[in-house]
Design a protein around this ligand. Structure first.
Ligand SMILES: [Zn+2]
Length: 206
């Protein structure tokens, strides 16, 4: 399988001070299956002043095309040297529970799970539980384990409560990570807006 270059266009626009240019190439490739890929390469700031002050950086946005198909549009900027408009959020704040066992402890406190156990014992049938949390847990448990018999669910929850404090994910950890993610994302948004206000948007033609 090989990608053939079907188009390679040199594009150009003015630099931030207006006395020079910024150049890039836009290449379109196609493979044996008629799939396309596009890429920008060969960026050059052809202005001594702007080259000293700026680097080239980009922002990419996803947009909905149609029928569940998404596209990406990339905007290019001259950004003050040493700064970036890329969102910088540590991977540890993007961590989330990955399976049902982790989700149970991440989404419910130990006290909530204990209340659900008491509710289930009192109700005796999965169709008669009275707490919203009980109904939700039964629905998710059935989805994961193909059963919602309380004789299976209750021992599972009792084991979970007994091990709660040693589990990787707890409600407290989930809440803390979501809050920290939210705070960092908000401050990154402000930082990027500030860098953008001192950047120069490039509008390549060609
Ligand atoms: Zn310039």
């Amino acid at each position: 399988m090989s990608w053939d270059v079907i188009r390679d266009v040199k594009q150009e626009t003015s630099c931030a001070c207006g006395r020079g240019h910024v150049i890039k190439h836009h290449v379109t490739r196609m493979d044996d299956w008629n799939r396309y890929e596009e890429e920008d390469y060969g960026f050059t700031i052809e202005c001594p002043d702007c080259r000293k002050k700026y680097d080239i950086d980009s922002l990419s946005y996803s947009y909905y095309k149609d029928r569940g198909d998404y596209g990406t549009v990339t905007r290019w900027y001259l950004v003050p040297k040493g700064e970036s408009i890329k969102e910088n959020i540590p991977m540890c704040l993007r961590e989330r529970p990955i399976n049902y066992d982790e989700m149970v402890t991440a989404f419910y406190t130990k006290e909530q799970l204990q209340a659900v156990i008491d509710d289930m014992k009192k109700s005796r049938y999965s169709t008669r539980v009275s707490l919203d949390e009980s109904r939700q847990i039964i629905q998710d448990f059935k989805h994961r384990y193909r059963t919602c018999k309380l004789s299976v669910v209750i021992p599972y929850l009792e084991k979970t409560v007994a091990e709660y404090d040693t589990r990787e994910w707890t409600y407290e950890k989930m809440t803390r990570i979501k809050q920290e993610y939210h705070d960092v994302a908000a401050s990154e948004k402000k930082r990027i807006e500030d860098v953008l206000s001192r950047s120069y948007k490039l509008s390549f033609i060609g």
